[in-house]
Design a protein around this ligand. Structure first.
Ligand code: GTP
Ligand code: ZN
Ligand code: ZN
Ligand code: ZN
Length: 274
């Protein structure tokens, strides 16, 4: 039993093929264990969000059904933005390291969570994955969820935004069939636009359904394969993902304030001339 988060040593979760806890880091997280599964998940999610915020990391939870192109979209994005924004990826799949390997091939760091029997990531597993990586300070952390259009909707991972990927090969009727996923997403990426001539996917009808469920949702139409439409998506990432000011500037500002406080105390004590 993990003493800080209550997880079982026999947990089926695997991070980069190994156990959840890296040696000596068991005390880094402290989350009250609550009875209810979702309440407990929410507590872990809050802890994750605090961790992200303290590193000025913007975290994005990518959800979709299996094979919509989440990893392909990430690879295309990382290849184009990695010189510009610090980025890292947490990959979630039931089994295999394949997606993490595809990410690492771009030169960006990735940690793979294998969920075993579970059909979604939860905030607890994401918190442990963070212990196995350096967070991309001042940048973007992408969390690719297990492919599933149902269960991931219920589990807050502590991410700031949720991105739903839907490919044109899946049918334009998905929003009304899987409303929770569409209601809880901040952005919809309609992927595989290059295949549109070969399928009977009505883009306008799909978007109209999605907006009925979620009027605030921002929609991108793109092809991770050809790169068409990627610019708008990357502009959104730049605007919503990159924090203004750097971690170093924040730390310097804190130090300056501390020095000013100490000088004021010395002056009050008559130990320093003004
Ligand atoms: N034609 C075309 N194929 C694509 C595009 N994006 C992804 N694919 C293909 O779709 C298949 C699935 O892509 P992945 O990136 O593995 O999808 P995923 O959502 O990460 O899949 P899971 O992690 O298994 O849920 C692969 O064969 C990709 O090459 C695209 O824009 N156009
Ligand atoms: Zn744990
Ligand atoms: Zn994937
Ligand atoms: Zn499920």
């Amino acid at each position: 039993m993990c003493t800080t988060c209550g997880c079982d040593d026999h947990s089926p979760l695997r991070i980069d093929g190994g156990p959840l806890h890296s040696h000596g880091q068991e005390q880094t997280r402290s989350v009250p264990v609550e009875a209810d599964l979702l309440a407990r998940n929410d507590a872990h999610a809050r802890a994750n969000r605090e961790r992200f915020d303290s590193s000025r990391v913007r975290a994005l939870n990518l959800v979709s059904s299996p094979g919509s192109g989440k990893t392909a979209l990430l690879v295309a994005t990382l290849e184009r933005l990695s010189g510009e924004i610090p980025m890292a990826v947490i990959e979630g799949d039931q089994e295999t390291q394949r997606d993490a390997d595809r990410i690492r091939a771009t030169g960006v760091a990735a940690v793979q969570i294998n969920t075993g029997k579970a059909c979604h990531l939860d905030a607890h597993g994401v918190g442990h994955a963070c212990e196995h990586m350096n967070l991309p300070k001042g940048g973007l952390l992408f969390i690719e969820n297990v492919g599933n259009l149902v269960c991931p909707a219920a589990f807050d991972l502590g991410a700031h935004q949720r991105v739903l990927v839907l490919s044109v090969t899946e049918g334009d009727d998905k929003p009304f069939k899987y409303p929770d996923m569409f209601r809880t997403a901040d952005a919809l990426v309609i992927n595989k636009l290059d295949l549109l001539p070969h399928v009977d996917f009505d883009l306008a009808a799909c978007e109209a359904q999605a907006r009925r469920l979620n009027p605030d949702m921002v929609v991108f139409r793109l092809s991770a394969r050809t790169g068409e439409g990627l610019e708008d998506w990357m502009d959104w990432l730049r605007a919503h993902g990159h924090q203004t000011g750097s971690v170093e500037e924040d730390e310097l500002e804190t130090l300056r304030r501390r020095v000013a406080e100490l000088e004021a105390r010395l002056q009050r004590a008559g130990l320093m001339s003004s």
